[in-house]
Design a protein around this ligand. Sequence first.
Ligand code: NAD
Ligand code: IPM
Ligand code: MN
Length: 367
Amino acid sequence: MSNPSLLILPGDGIGPEVMAEVRKIIDWYGAKRDLAFDVSEDLVGGAAYDKHGTPLHDDTMAKAQTVDAVLLGAVGGPKYDNLDFSVKPERGLLRLRKEMDLFANLRPAQCFDALADFSSLKKDVVAGLDIMIVRELTSGIYFGEPRGIIEEGNERVGINTQRYTESEIDRVARSAFELAMKRGKKLCSMEKANVMESGILWREVVTEVGKEYPEVELSHMYADAGAMQLCRWPKQFDVIVTDNLFGDLLSDAAAMLTGSLGMLPSASLGQPMENGRPKALYEPVHGSAPDIAGQGKANPIACILSFAMALRYSFDMGEEADRLEKAVEQVLADGKRTADLLGEEGVTPVSTSEMGDAVVAALDASL
Ligand code: NAD
Ligand code: IPM
Ligand code: MN
C-alpha cells in the first residue's frame, strides 16, 4: 500500500515557522515509527498571491482534493490588508473549506495541568478542562447570498446573509452527536433562536437528530449566554455544536481558557473519500500573528496538535496521536514555555524551534 499523502500549506506570517516544527514531527514518525508520509508543499494565502496573483492557485486546489489530508499554517497579514476582497489571503482558506466541503470543524479546548495557572480565569475554573466545539464551516453568514456592498439612495449598504438548509444543520449535528457518544455524552447546541429564523430551524433540526441519540443529553443555549457560560464555568460543557460565525467567536474565547491561542488545534472534516478517509484539513485556530512573525517567538503547539488530530481522524492512528499529545504535555510539565505562555517569574522563554525540538526529544523518550 502507498504511504498516506499530506499536502502542507504553510501560508503566511508565523505559518511557515510553526509548520517547520511539524515537519520535524513528521520526519520523526518516518524515522522512528516507520510511518512514512508522502509530503508535498504548496502556497496559500498571501504567499500564493505574491507568486500567482491569487490566494489559492487552481492546481493547489486540485491537489488538496486528492491528498489524504491537508495541513495548513495560517494566512493573512497587514501587507495584504488593502487588496481587493476577492484576492485577500483569507479567501484562499475559505475556498479550500468550501470546495472540499469541510462542514464539521472540530476545535478542542483542553487545559493541560501545567498551564492551569496561565488562563486569565481562576485555576479551578479551567483545571482539567476538556471540551470540543463543533463549528459548522461551509455555510451560514460566511457564504450566504445575497452579499456585497451596494449603493442604496445616497449611501452604501454592506450585506451578508445568514442561511442554513435543514441538511446542512443535520449533517453537522450528526458529527457532533457522534463525537459526544465517544466522549462525555453531553451536547449543547448554541444559536439565537430568540432572534433569528435560522436559529429556530437549527434548534428544531438538532432536536430531531437528537432523537436518534437517546444516550446523549442534549441542551440548547442562546449563543450570547453560551459565551458567558464558557467564561463562568466551562467544565459544564462536553461537546458544543454551533454555526459558522458563533463557532468562530466561541472557539477564540475557549482558546484563552487553555492559556493561549497558540495552543488550540483544529480539524475540518468533510464526507468520506473513496478510501474511506474523510476529506480533511488540519490547522491551528490562531492566525498569522503579524506582531510576532519572523522573530522565532511563535508557539508551535497548536500546529503540532493539529497534526496529532490528523493522526487520529484521518489515519486512524489514535495511539500515535496519544503519544504526540503526551509528548506535548510532558514538555509543558518540564516547564518549557514559548513567550505567549510566560507568567511565572524567572522562566526564560524557549524559541519556536526549541519548542519543536523539545517535543521531538519527548517523543524519543516515549519509545
Ligand atoms: P492572530 O491569531 O494572528 O493573533 C492574535 C494574537 O495572538 C496576536 O497577539 C498573536 O501574536 C497571538 N498569537 C496567535 N498565534 C500565536 C502563536 N502560535 N504563538 C504565540 N502567539 C500567538 O489573529 P489576528 O491578529 O486577529 O489576525 C492576524 C491575521 O491572521 C489576519 O490577517 C487574520 O485574517 C488572519 N487569521 C488567519 C487565520 C487562519 O489562517 N486560520 C485565523 C485567524 C486569523
Ligand atoms: C479561523 C479564522 C478564519 C475564519 C478566517 C481567517 C477566514 O478566523 O479559522 O478561525 O473566520 O474562519
Ligand atoms: Mn477565527
